[in-house]
Ligand binder design. Structure first.
Ligand SMILES: NC(=O)c1ccc[n+]([C@@H]2O[C@H](COP(=O)([O-])OP(=O)(O)OC[C@H]3O[C@@H](n4cnc5c(N)ncnc54)[C@H](OP(=O)(O)O)[C@@H]3O)[C@@H](O)[C@H]2O)c1
Length: 248
């Protein structure tokens, strides 16, 4: 039987990079995208040689076309599409401007939607699509309104997309991380305090399980949703937060 194939957007850092390693370890042929050239070059050094690392800006429909065509030529078809590229610009209401708002929605919503739309022709029947949303889309965190809205828009689309993809048994589900120890989280904390380590320790102490998520926590959930063990699950959200967000 030929190896399963996976495309991971935003696979040059954090959750996406951990998922690339996890799926590769499980025998998948993997391609990842990243936006910045230095990040793409570093990832080519860090990930196994047979992982395809492509530079592509999720905001650009023509760049999405190129990725889909390159991945189609390389793999033939895709069994897993992990739509994970995302940005966060933590700011309260009074600091937002139009450019910042448009950027967040362009990556987190438009980029995700059109990568899916353009990849449909190369998705194998029975493929699994997983979208990174985030616990912030349904709970509140000061400074996260725009990121929450951009991810929440995807969360609202997923049940409808699930029905549209069901005739080909293509599943689409959301994975929603709680606070996860990634470069994005550290950069976001640094915008409000220099004490990144202390802030992360305090956040971990507030979590019901006493720790933040690590990228592997999310990667293993993505691997489950990609697998045949999840063959009858579509249109759903799995929150991976160690219980964060449950308290009233
Ligand atoms: N970390 C958390 O606590 C948390 C919680 C909830 C949800 N999330 C969501 O999880 C996803 C992954 O986050 P992370 O924490 O792993 O962040 P990260 O370490 O900053 O990784 C983000 C990834 O997205 C890529 N990316 C950013 N802008 C892009 C663009 N315009 N086009 C293509 N790729 C782009 C980055 O590429 P470069 O490496 O080239 O910059 C990188 O590979 C995001 O959607 C985020 O909103 C994270």
């Amino acid at each position: 039987m030929s190896a399963r194939t996976a495309l991971i957007t935003g696979g040059t850092s954090g959750i996406g990079k951990a998922t690339a390693r996890t799926l590769h370890d499980r025998g998948y042929r993997v391609a990842v995208t990243g936006q910045r050239s230095e990040s793409v070059a570093r990832t080519r050094e860090e990930l196994p040689d047979d992982i395809l690392v492509l530079q592509s800006d999720a905001r650009s429909l023509s760049e999405i076309d190129k990725v889909v065509s390159e991945v189609g030529a390389h793999f033939g078809s895709l069994n897993t599409l992990f739509l994970n590229a995302g940005v966060n610009r933590p700011m309260t209401l009074e600091y937002w401007d139009e450019a910042g708002y448009d950027e967040v929605f362009a990556v987190n919503t438009k980029g995700v939607f059109f990568t899916l739309a353009k990849a449909v022709p190369i998705l194998a029947d029975g493929a699994s699509v997983i979208v990174t949303v985030g616990i912030g889309a349904t709970r509140s965190l000061t400074g996260s309104s725009v990121a929450a809205g951009s991810h929440g828009a995807m969360l609202s689309m997923i049940p409808t997309l699930a029905l549209e993809l069901a005739p080909r048994r293509i599943r689409i589900n959301a994975v929603s991380p709680g606070m996860t120890d990634t470069p994005m989280t550290r950069t976001s904390i640094r915008t409000v305090t220099e004490d990144v380590a202390g802030t992360m320790t305090a956040m971990a102490e507030n979590n019901p399980f006493g720790r933040l998520a690590i990228p592997d926590d999310i990667a293993r959930t993505v691997a489950f949703l990609a697998s045949d063990d999840a063959a009858y699950i579509t249109g759903q959200e799995i929150v991976v937060s160690g219980g964060a967000g449950l308290a009233i």
